[in-house]
Design a protein around this ligand. Sequence first.
Ligand code: AVI
Length: 322
Amino acid sequence: MTATHSTELDQFATDVLAGLSARPKHLSSKYFYDDEGSRLFQEIMKLPEYYLTGCELEIFERQADDIFKAFVNGSNAFDLIELGAGDGTKTAVLISHFLARDADISYSPIDISQEALDALTTKFATEFPALRMDAKQGDYFHILKSLKNSRGLRKVLMFLGSNIGNFSRDQSVEFFCHLREVMNPNDLLFIGFDLEKDPHVIANAYDDAAGVTAAFNLNLLARINRELGADFDLDKFVHYANYRPIEGSARSYLISREKQEVHVAALKRNFQFEQWEAVFMEISQKYTIRMIEDLAADSGFAIKRNFFDGRNYYCDSLWQLV
Ligand code: AVI
């Protein structure tokens, strides 16, 4: 095991200890994405209820040329950096269009899952043999520093898929301020935001009929079993998700079906769960345009242009530094 891996494992153990010792209990959704979690998330993106991916794909397919024109700045050369790239399916639509327009681009996908990055690298190498690629594995908070050393061209940082929705408001501002520090005045930030809409549509997206989202949440308990030697019995927990229309946030929980005790060997600790006790797992924030504008302003950015899908379900927002 490398030093990085053991540090990551220590951090995971520390966060699990803090989360399971807290009242109410919580676990961080940033740990959903081990290789199995990333695979399950790819499944979620194909679900009929999970509209987000289709909306962003529609924006890219229908407005690739407008996006290209907004990205370029005099010359056709820029560096694309994608935080949390996953399988890159949506990004492939943009890259294909940019290359068809003779853009001189490099592409640096960053993801926590090595398996997802390997699949993406293989796919893109076949699809775009001439594309310069530099995939980086890890937590993007840690990789941000290395982004400073680019070719001196415009950098376009992309944070798609409404990944920002999994952060609290404070974490979002902190994250954008971090990004600001590694950006040059000419660089751009392209962010996917899921918008507020009929609450039933949102609630269904986080509680699909096939139970893939439930498996995705439960996989974090399985991951704690695998990596920290815990003895969670997954059948003793039920996934519950709801949408709060006032706050504009979908939230998911794992609920203990019975009073039980779980041992986590790496922590040398037992944790008690009451019957129907909830563990808060994830927030998926939905936005109004006003919220996006305020978030940009509070983080030191201005909106250059917003791109919407046909139903106004989703917005890809292009930001520049102020
Ligand atoms: C990655 N992220 C934007 C997803 C979301 O919609 O919050 C994660 C997810 N959780 C349940 N389904 C999908």
